[in-house]
Structure formats: structure tokens, C-alpha cells
Design a protein around this ligand. Sequence first.
Ligand code: ARG
Length: 592
Amino acid sequence: MATEHDEYMGSLKAQLAKLFEVSLKVTVPNELDVEPLVAACNGKFGDYQCNNAMGLWSKIKGKGAPFRGPPAVGEAIKNNLPSSEMIESCSVAGPGFVNVVLSKNWMAKSIQKMLIEGIDTWAPLPPVKTAVVDFSSPNIAKEMHVGHLRSTIIGDTLARMLEFSKVKVLRRNHVGDWGTQFGMLIEFLFEKFPNFEDATETAIGDLQAFYKASKQRFDADPAFKERAQQAVVRLQGGEDKYRRAWAQICQISRTEFHKVYQRLGVHLEEKGESFYNPYIPGVIEALNKQGLVEESQGARVIFIEGINIPLIVVKSDGGFNYASTDLAALWYRLNEEKAEWIIYVTDVGQQQHFDMFFKAAKRAGWLPQGDSSYPKASHVGFGLVLGEDGKRFRTRNTEVVRLVDLLDEAKVRSKAALIERGKGEEWTEEEIESTAEAVSYGAVKYADLKNNRLTNYTFNFDQMLNDKGNTAVYLLYAHARICSIIRRSGKDIEELKNKGTLVLGHKDERDLGLHLLQFAEVVEEACTNLLPNVLCDYLYNLSEIFSKFYSNPECKVIGSDMETSRLLLCEATAVVMRKCFDLLGIAPIYKI
Ligand code: ARG
């Protein structure tokens, strides 16, 4: 059946899987929907392997199938494989592994085709049409801490990878802009700045400090507490003055958040908690009608199998909470926005919240049972950012790390490193600035993304700004070096793409070519498992494999007979590296 996805080739693995699917249908016609198990292997027998024979044998043996054992099943799978330009040879090994050696010519042609048509032709097949990535999501009037920085960086990368896979991504900033805390803050600010709700310039200053002060006041002064509670009622009742004051506060925080996003080059669309507020009563009522909502100690709750505390959806005072909002937001995303995959990026500390409310959504039939079908909700948890002392990351004088300060410091250090390398004389001030920015912000992002997100990671400027090892600096420089090889050749690379021919004659060239072609399946894996570090590993390996090729005297580039082909291979490496940087939200540099 033709689908709209047919125009994409899909990854190497996906292309091979299609061929094996055909073979499996012929080999075991009575077994329905056998999923081809294809994996890359860097063994001496081949580049890829099909591992279906053993499992199939245990299913069909004794059922009169014409095979004598798994190796025979493997042979049949091999023999029934449709002929394809992409396969050089095929062999069966051990208990029935079918090994595939890819054709060098086909590989070379595919790379050259990509150079001409652009790397978007290598995008993996989209898992869904529309996804929500709920990320960053700081809270109004509170600090945007390093946890939010991680969420911003990880969420942006996941969104970029899905977008590359032709998924329509709704990048949602689920800011905490609603709740009883606004009553005390508004009341406090009215005392300090009468009519601040109408001010055109927001000269309020440090909202966080006022937030803390208002909290202290709330706890210490019963009369103030009374007024603050009244303020909540007036705000939630929609009283104009209070609405405007609230909007003003949100705007101040938003401006602060925006500074960080702008620096990081991250785009988000705000739909804060307040947006879903009007939907909550209807959603809870629907769940209630389904018989899911029960009374417990004055609150309205949903019980979840296997978890001994229930999910509170209406507090005992009748108010709504974080979970009620999240249920309404999920409902909205599924039904109004028609999202098929909803991804939430927060620290692992919130895992139980997500686990519980996903299970509640499954009980309600909003999501299918199990985790392999869509629509799907996924929580992308991440660990803590630690300081040098192994404790939660803090700076010397303040309790929390201001994100803007952090980015500033990284930039100052990168700039100093460039000056030290003598770039001060060579480059314009502008070039130094933009390079320092690309390197430093890239370094902060990469240091976060390269780790498995679930582990805690230690924030260390010296490490992340090192130009050796698995760092953004090393990778950005590696890319710039490739660009300089191409420049030094004096050749017009655009012309070579069409007129020249790429061949993968030497083993190091073939290894590099294979790794390049595996890009799509790596993005696919990173997307499926929501693990950006998979892409980082790929990128680091790419630069290592390139180094091996480039430093091999047998693979001399400039001035050799194979110059054109090798320049094209350099260009392909640079193109794939740039796409990796792009997906990781890192700006490339072209010279060092
Ligand atoms: N504002 C929350 C926090 O700072 C994160 C919100 C995450 N998104 C969600 N839909 N719950 O922890």
C-alpha cells in the first residue's frame, strides 16, 4: 500500500528491513507479520545482520516446515532476498545469522546523491504526524534554575530531531503561571507599587525577591494572609485590576526567560498552566462520569493500580492542582491539537507524577494500554546538575545559579581562549564574538546532551571548554578543519558534487562512508528512545573515523589521484556533522 511516507528512503536499516520483509513472507508464508530483525554489526562477516532465523525456527519446528534447523531457515531467508543494488553479498553464519555486505558502489552513489539533493533526504521515517514537546516550563516569579536549563536543552534537541523526521512539533512552554501564590505576590506588590498593574515600564526589579518576601509576610501576618487569600478569589473570579496585575507579573518573568531562550537559540510557544484552567472542570466531570473519581479524605482522587497513594485531582478546599492541570492539558493536546505523541521533559523527581497521571489517562481510555502504540505519552526524565563538590550545583555567593551568568562566563572563557590562540590579530571583533558564542553555548549544551540524560552530571567549565576529548569545542574545531581542507584545495566543491565521482576504494574510506550512511538510523534511535546522547556518540565517532581516514597516508586528499572523490567525502562528513550540530542546537564554525 502506498503511503505518503514513500517519498522518504528511510534509514539503511529500514531499507534492508523492507527487503528482508519480502524474503520472510516467501520463506515462511504461514507466519503472519513476522517483523524483520535487522541490526548493524561491525563483524568481519558483514555490515548488517538479519536475526530472524533462530526465533522463527522455534516457532515453525514440528509444523511440517521444509527446514532442518535454524541455519537452513537462514539459508532460505538469504536465497529469497529480492535482488537489490544496495547489497554486495550475503552469507549465513553460525546458527543462522544472515549477514549482508553492502555494495561499495551503491554506498558511494547514495552519499553523492545526498550531497546533490541535500541531507533532508536522509531523514528517518516519521513515527507520528504531530507531537507535543513540553519542555523548559519554568515558573513565573520563581527562578529559572539549571533544571530548567537541562529541560530547555534536551527538549529543544528532541523537538529538532522530530522536526527533521517531518513531524509537526508543538513546542510547548508549560509555564507555571497559575496558583494561589499569585494572591500574596499581587497583594504584596500593590503595597509597594500602587497601580503597578498599569505601569508601562515594569520597574519592579527582582520578582523573585518579592516572591520570597511576600511568602514571609504571608506566614507572619494574619491580616496580610487574609488579604492575599481574597486576592486569589478576586483574581480567579476575573476581576480586572487583579487580572492586569497578574498579566504584568507574567510579562516580567517572560522577558527574563526570553533572554535565556534567545541566547540559546531555542524557540518555544507558551501555553501556560492558566491556559488549561477553563478546561479542568469539564475534564474532571468526564472522568467522574466514567466512575474514575473517588472521594478520599475530603479530596477527589483517582486510584491507580499498583500505587498506594492516589492521584489528587481536586484538593479538599475545592481547588485544582498540578495534576488537574496536566490532565486537562493532555486532554487538550490529544483532542484539540490531535497530537499523537506527547513528550514531557522534566527532572526525574517528577517521574511519579507523570507515571500516575499517564496511568489515569490509560484508565480513562485516552491512551492505549502498553507503551508501544500511539497516541503515546512519554516522560523524559533527567538527573541533577552537580557542582565540583558533588552536591547540587550552586555558585559561591548566590544560592541558585543564574543561567544568564553561566552563559556569560562560558563566553568570557571561550573568548579568552581565542585571544590566547592569537585570533585577536587575525580576526575581526565580530568574528571573535560570534565564534566565542558558538563555542561556549555549544559547549554548555553538548556537556549536558552527551551524557545519558538519567545520570547526574557535573558542571565543569574547564572540562566542557577543553579542545580535546568528547567536547563541543573539539567537534566544532574538527568540522572547521574539514572546511579548511576543502578551502585549501582551491576547488569549487559545488561543481565537484555534480561533475566528480565519489568512490570508496580504501577500507578507511568505506568505514567513513558506512558511518555517514548510518546517520538516519541513529536519529531514528535517538528519537524512538528519546536519548540525545545517542546522537552525540555518533557525532564523536564520526569525527574519530574521519581522523583515521584523514591521517592515513594512503588516503592523502589534496594532490592525490583520488583528490576529487576524497574532497567529496570530506564535504559529506562536514554536511553530516553540521546536521548533527543543527539537531543538537549547536551553531557550527567554519574556521579556526
Ligand atoms: N513548571 C514545572 C516545574 O518547574 C514543569 C512543568 C512540566 N510540564 C508539565 N506539563 N507538567 O517543575
